[in-house]
Each structure stands twice: as structure tokens, then as C-alpha cells.
Design a protein around this ligand. Structure first.
Ligand code: BGC
Length: 376
């Protein structure tokens, strides 16, 4: 079975169990199921709080989840907070006042939502943390995400394999970046990559000319890019190139935790006259954003870690349904995600590497993108 088929088969079996007819292996919308859940569904309002419209993935996440829930007969309130924490808190408070039964929250700041969610819990509302864990509150009932540490592992392992780091006498210039310091995921991404890469930094195979390698894992925030902003990543890369790559020195590899950072880094490399196919460094990413997939096809980005956000929406819709029907909620990890108040029962989905060579097989055949979206 091809990977794509396997993936579709997994989605299909999940769909059968779901009883929510809305997600199908063909990714077509079908009418909502009736049955025991329909009475509850008729009254239940689900609040969906997303961080920002400025990143492609959150638009897809929000729309997909909203569609699934609406097709299953639930009411929804989908809100985006322009990456502003206060805005997101207000939106959550409104959802509570509107009588939401469940909140699905992709937090902007993993620490700041505790009071608002404590109030939601006091009003009897259940909460699912979506993609990003929310810390410091026991109001979080479940967490659904992709295996965040695995995302970093895949980036690190890709670098090791592509550069042939194992047993080599060569040295390579690495510039590492990390994600937004207020995003709980960012530490997991960095840890996953750094566990793989740091032995090569310690033995001198990977050299960091800018010195911007955290001394310990706990110092990762020193290289974090606030708000995951492309422009900030670009400015940081400009600084590093201008200050530490004078003369003949060239960057060989950039650890970028996601695609929005990679995009800024790639613009910086372009401005510094790096040439794809010649001296362009290996750049990693995550999310398979359209612009980055196009950059992969143009040899400006070596890989991205794809998280099929449709499967996350499918899983969360299923959890919502199970919660409202009082059924057992499916989780597959009860150890990893301690938010300081409790270990939050989680469902982790598998992330997957995509390269230029597998764009067609993975992203187009699964209809994540059409060939024309990507200029193919
Ligand atoms: C998500 C990534 C995303 C990043 C920036 C993270 O929490 O897991 O997929 O690239 O936020 O939005």
C-alpha cells in the first residue's frame, strides 16, 4: 500500500468510527448523520478560537473544523484573534457568555489563557487544546496535536542524512532558529531537532558561526522568533549573514522550525545572493504552506514537515462528538503533555516529511493542493 493510500485508509477507518459523516476518505463533505447525537447536536454550540488569519495553516484548520462540526449539526463560533492575546481572551469570554458547550482553543500564548479557561470550566464548559497545549490550568480536558517532538526529530534527522554527518571529516556551517517563545510547541520542536543535532555541534561537525546556538536546551528561547513572523526571521538572518558571513564564509544549513520562518530566511538568502542549486543552504520547514512548497520546487527549501491539518480537524470533531455523547474519548498519549497542573490526555497525529520529489505523491494526490495551486 502506498503511503497516501495508507493515510487515506486510516482516515477512512477513523471516519467509520466517527459517526460524524462529515469527513470522508475522499475529503468530500457529506450530510450529517442522525442518531443518538443529533438531539445534543441540535443545541450544542462549539466555540473555536484560532490564533491568526495571517498564517495559511490556521485558516485551513478553522474552516475544516467548522465545516465538520456544522455538517454534524452543531452550531459553531469560529474566531481569529490576530495573534493578540487580549483579543483571544475576550473571544473566549464571549463564547462562554454565548453558552458554548465545548471550547476548542489554539492558543496564541500558552500561559495567558488560564484565568479565562478556569472561568469556562466553572461554567461547566469542556475545553480541548487544539495543536498547542495551554499551561497552568486544569480546565483543559483534552489535547489534540501532531507529535511535536517528532516534527523536530524529522528535521534533525533530515539534516544528518542529507549532509552525511555521521562519520564525516567535513564541517558544515549551521544557523539554528526556534519558534515563538510563548508557543508551548516551539520548545518541543526545538528539543526534537536539537536532540539529534547537538552531538554534531559538540564534536565540531556542525559549526555555528553566529554563535546563536543555545548552551542548553532550556535556553532555546534566545533564538526564538516572536509570533513566528517571517519578517522577524528575515531580519535575524540578515543580521547573521551581515555580521558573521563576511569574506568567503557560507551558510550550509539552516534549522528552521516552520515554514513562516523559512520563508523569511529564504528571502534573506536571496538578498545575500545565494543561488539555488549552487550555494543555497539546506533549509528545513514545517506545515507545507503553499509558498514554501513552491520554494521547494524551486530548490530554495529542502523539506517541510507536513501535518495534514484535515486529520487534526477530523480527530477533534470526533472528540467533540464523543464528549457531547458522554462516550469514552479516544486518546493515545497520557504521559507527555504535563501543563503544570495535570498531564493532559492527548491524541497525537503523525507528521511526515515532504521533499520536492514527494510533493506530487503526498500533497497533490491527497488533494491537500491541486497541481495548479503549485504551478505543476
Ligand atoms: C504550529 C505550527 C505553526 C506555528 C506557527 C505552531 O504552534 O504547531 O504548525 O507553524 O505554530 O503558527
Amino acid at each position: 500500500m502506498s503511503t497516501t493510500k495508507k493515510m487515506l485508509a486510516i482516515t477512512a477507518s477513523a471516519t467509520l468510527m466517527l459517526g460524524l459523516a462529515a469527513c470522508s476518505s475522499e475529503r468530500e463533505e457529506t450530510p450529517a448523520s442522525t442518531g443518538t447525537g443529533s438531539a445534543a447536536a441540535a443545541d450544542a454550540m462549539i466555540g473555536i478560537a484560532m490564533p491568526t488569519r495571517s498564517l495559511e495553516r490556521w485558516n485551513n484548520d478553522g474552516t475544516h473544523l467548522e465545516t465538520l462540526l456544522k455538517d454534524a449539526g452543531y452550531q459553531t463560533s469560529l474566531q481569529y484573534a490576530d495573534n493578540k492575546v487580549e483579543e483571544q481572551i475576550k473571544q473566549i469570554e464571549n463564547m462562554v457568555n454565548q453558552g458554548a458547550k465545548i471550547l476548542v482553543v489554539a492558543a496564541i500564548d500558552g500561559e495567558a489563557l488560564a484565568p479565562a479557561l478556569d472561568a469556562a470550566a466553572a461554567a461547566g464548559i469542556d475545553v480541548i487544546a487544539y495543536d498547542r497545549l495551554i499551561n497552568g490550568t486544569d480546565a483543559i480536558d483534552y489535547y489534540a496535536t501532531f507529535d511535536n517532538e517528532k516534527v523536530g526529530n524529522l528535521q534533525g534527522e533530515f539534516i544528518v542524512e542529507q549532509l552525511g554527518l555521521e562519520g564525516t571529516d567535513e564541517t558544515f556551517n549551521l544557523e539554528p532558529f526556534a519558534g515563538s517563545p510563548d508557543d508551548n510547541n516551539a520548545r518541543f520542536f526545538f528539543k526534537g531537532a536539537w536532540d539529534v543535532l547537538s552531538p554534531y555541534v559538540e564534536d565540531g561537525t556542525l559549526v555555528v558561526p553566529s554563535g546563536k546556538a543555545p548552551e542548553t536546551l532550556d535556553d532555546w528561547k534566545v533564538i526564538g522568533i516572536q509570533g513566528w513572523e517571517s519578517a522577524k526571521a528575515q531580519a535575524e538572518m540578515d543580521n547573521r549573514l551581515n555580521s558573521f558571513y563576511t569574506g568567503d564564509e557560507k551558510v550550509d544549513v539552516v534549522l528552521s522550525p516552520n515554514d513562516s520562518l523559512a520563508l523569511g530566511i529564504e528571502s534573506s538568502l536571496e538578498a545575500a545572493n545565494y543561488t539555488p542549486g549552487e550555494d543555497w543552504p539546506l533549509v528545513t520547514g514545517q506545515d507545507a504552506d503553499q509558498a514554501n512548497v513552491q520554494n521547494m520546487l524551486a530548490d530554495k527549501q529542502a523539506m517541510t514537515v507536513w501535518k495534514d491539518t484535515r486529520t487534526l480537524g477530523d480527530q477533534v470533531a470526533k472528540m467533540v462528538d464523543q464528549m457531547l455523547k458522554g462516550e469514552e474519548v479516544e486518546v493515545n498519549d497520557t504521559e507527555t503533555y504535563d501543563n503544570g497542573k495535570k498531564v493532559v490526555p492527548s491524541y497525537l497525529l503523525p507528521p511526515q516529511v515532504v521533499t520536492k520529489d514527494t510533493v506530487e505523491e503526498l500533497l497533490v494526490k491527497s488533494e491537500f493542493y491541486s497541481a495548479s495551486d503549485l504551478g505543476l
